[in-house]
Design a protein around this ligand. Structure first.
Ligand code: ATP
Length: 295
């Protein structure tokens, strides 16, 4: 009997590992749609994070040579600061996140993290340093505990509970009849959009990255939930260098810097207040959104 149990136990471990791997792929594909061939250079070194500063230096990028997506994009995010990117659909906002994560290589210029070109460091170390809260969070048909622990396999229960607390999802979980054992996903409890985002935030907290990318959900949450999520994000962003890809201007008001992108270029750049004072494109977008809210 023992001979049967050992291989079965081993199969269980393998199953979990495959599940983690597939889940990872799933997340990646969801966020980035596809992953092209990017390889580590033979002499690639692990990323050494000192402060977590990010610099895009005259970055050009295209998916297909005949259509430029980013043109000479030049900006920095100082360590611990939050940069929000706004612009019309298709302006190239999510592409910035894909390039920072090195799912594609720039076609001109370079991207630096603490002075290190992302093409010269190992992808593992790069991706370990960046936490992503994607637009759509993938949940597994498994317990809430498992779904959160995915942020960092091997995290302790205390760490998972703390992350859930910081993401303001712990009270909700503990109020459920089955608590942390509640099964979610296709065959279990369906979480709302806001709850799913909180799970994603908790996962990102658990990962303890220095850099955070928040790809705001395009699907609308009710305004109370939206505000609550924004508040949570602001709390979490405090200790991270954060790139926010925003689809609603209300998300960006408190950012240290806002980039207004248009057709792959930076059209305007500044704080919310400064951009309103300039009375340019951002101010017009803001006024339009405010008017839409009242109608
Ligand atoms: P949204 O606000 O709608 O999410 P965005 O500003 O984030 O838009 P991106 O997703 O960065 O825009 O896309 C920029 C442009 O690049 C779009 O015109 C898009 O069609 C194109 N694009 C995105 N991914 C690919 C790809 N894998 N292959 C070819 N073109 C792509």
């Amino acid at each position: 009997l023992l001979q049967l149990f050992i291989p079965l136990g081993f199969l269980g471990i393998v199953y979990r590992q495959i599940k983690y791997a597939l889940a990872d792929m799933d997340l990646v594909f969801k966020l980035l749609e596809r992953e092209p061939e990017i390889r580590d250079r033979p002499d690639a070194r692990p990323l050494v994070i000192r402060e977590g500063g990010i610099r895009f230096e005259r970055v050009d990028f295209h998916y297909q040579p005949e259509r430029a997506i980013l043109r000479e994009l030049d900006f920095s995010i100082a360590p611990g600061q939050t940069l929000a990117v706004v612009g019309h659909s298709g302006a190239g906002k999510s592409t910035l996140a894909r390039l920072l994560f090195r799912f594609y290589d720039v076609t001109g210029g370079r991207i630096l993290i603490d002075g290190q070109d992302v093409r010269e460091i190992t992808q593992d170390s790069l991706r370990a340093a960046i936490g992503i809260v994607p637009q759509d969070t993938v949940l597994f048909n498994d317990s809430l505990y498992y779904n959160l622990s995915y942020g960092r396999p091997g995290a302790t229960r205390a760490e998972i509970e703390r992350a859930a607390g910081m993401a303001h999802i712990r009270d909700f979980i503990e109020s459920l009849p089955d608590g942390w054992d509640t099964v979610v996903g296709e065959r279990g409890l369906k979480l709302s959009g806001g709850e799913k985002q909180r799970v994603a935030i908790a996962r990102a907290i658990l990962k303890r990255p220095r850099i955070l990318i928040f790809d705001e959900a395009t699907s609308s949450l009710d305004s109370h939930t939206e505000q609550a999520i924004q508040q949570t994000l602001a709390e979490v962003a405090e200790n991270h260098t954060t790139l926010v890809i925003a689809h609603r201007l209300s998300t960006v008001v408190d950012a240290d810097c806002i980039l207004v992108m248009e057709e792959g270029r930076i059209r305007e750049q500044g704080t919310h207040r400064a951009l309103l004072e300039t009375g340019g494109h951002y101010a017009a977008m803001w006024e339009l959104q405010q008017r839409e809210k009242c109608e």
